[in-house]
Design a protein around this ligand. Structure first.
Ligand code: SF4
Ligand code: SF4
Length: 376
């Protein structure tokens, strides 16, 4: 075992391999508050990558309803239960990661789903926690009746559990972008990766006898384009870019700004120790203890920052850039109430007004010689 630094848990931890961060790391940010669970992202991925034999059940991108939805069944409850009660002290996680809790003779604490666990990807969809009596109506806030949508793909983790568990060394992390891939020619289908990944984002293909996973749409990434699930998002809540370590964070890098500078976008279950590279702006209406369990101790502060974003020109500007281009955004700036996105070379990708202009047209249009009636 090697000692590596995991900034998400604020300490060093044990990992199978020496820490070797890629030259740069692909990352994504999701604003949970804007998701409508249309599943366009799910279908964009499904039709692109997993329409072949043996892939029928695979959803490399899925969107589940929390707290009652899971894909596969109970994936988060199972690993958190296996890990047992653990503790944070401020920003430092003093509990054990899934690497540090591995049973004797194993590399990772994990569990392998049964086939039927994948059978109901939309279980719990739109179900709230708690019961509403017949004839009941929501008034004001409703702390005991809540739900939110959680969009999930492979996190292309800095310390991937799938990679650590693979005894064939079939799984590797690309140095140029940090994307985690399975070498299909090496894989023998032992499924140790399926068991190890706590997010359950590696899938066994019974037709080929190998494990398969999200490839980050790497041909698109190499061309500067966002992955399919990011580019297709109807809710305009996704941002794809590059993340630095906290010490190297840049204020003009949109992912760095949301994650490191404003600390408003948080990883999913950071306590597991993988340093996942997808970040979530937490929902503003879910109970704090639930959010802390899912996104770590910074969740309440992230919600407060998000609520105050409307008074914050830069944050508000960056939020309107989410979903504004199908390209990867490397830099951004906000000037004169306009948010501007740039690619790697500094070329402008898009500019978006922070405040949508309101244009009231006169009832009589002299140019077209018509009169408009307000029929609403
Ligand atoms: Fe591997 Fe799972 Fe991390 Fe993806 S999310 S890199 S499959 S451990
Ligand atoms: Fe949510 Fe966007 Fe996916 Fe629709 S496409 S389910 S809005 S993440």
């Amino acid at each position: 075992m090697a000692r590596v630094h995991n900034w998400q848990i604020g300490r060093e931890m044990e990992y199978l391999h020496e820490g070797a961060r890629p030259q740069r790391q692909l990352a994504g940010v999701f604003d949970i508050n804007k998701c409508i669970a249309c599943q366009t992202c799910t279908l964009a991925c499904k039709t692109t990558w997993t329409s072949g034999p043996g892939q029928e059940y695979m959803l490399w991108n899925n969107v589940e309803t929390k707290p009652r939805g899971f894909y596969p069944l109970g994936y988060d409850v199972n690993i958190l239960t296996a890990l047992g009660p653990q503790r944070w002290e401020g920003d430092r996680y003093v509990g054990k990661t899934i690497f540090e809790s591995a049973p004797a003779g194993e590399r990772v604490l994990g569990w392998r789903p049964e086939q039927l666990d994948y059978a109901h990807p939309n279980i719990g969809e739109d179900e709230i926690l708690g019961n509403v009596s017949q004839g009941g109506a929501f008034e004001d806030t409703h702390p005991q009746w809540w739900m939110f949508y959680l969009m999930r793909t492979c996190n292309h983790c800095t310390y991937p559990a799938c990679l650590a568990a693979c005894s064939r060394s079939s799984i590797y992390k690309r140095p140029e972008d940090g994307i985690v891939l399975v070498d299909q020619s090496r894989c023998r289908g032992y499924q140790e990766c399926v068991k190890a990944c706590p997010y359950k984002k590696v899938y066994f293909n019974a037709h080929t006898g190998t494990s398969e996973k999200c490839i980050g749409c790497y041909p698109k990434i190499e061309a500067g384009d966002a992955s399919q699930c990011f580019a297709a998002c109807i809710g305009k809540l996704r941002l794809q870019g590059w993340i630095s370590t906290p010490e190297q964070a840049r204020e003009d890098n949109p992912v760095d700004y949301l994650v490191h500078v404003r600390k408003m976008a948080l990883p999913l279950m950071p306590q597991l120790g993988l340093e996942p590279n997808l970040y979530y702006i937490p929902p503003i209406h879910a109970p704090e203890p639930y959010l802390v369990q899912m996104f770590g101790p910074r969740a309440p502060e992230a919600v407060r920052t998000y609520r105050a974003a409307r008074e914050d020109p830069v944050l508000k500007g960056l939020l309107v850039l989410l979903g504004s281009t199908s390209k990867i955004i490397s830099k951004f700036s906000v000037q004169n109430d306009t948010a501007i996105a740039f690619d790697d070379s500094g070329t402008e990708l898009v500019r978006v007004p922070v405040r949508e202009p309101v244009i009231i047209r006169p009832p009589t249009d002299r140019l077209y010689q018509i009169r408009r009636e307000n029929t609403t």
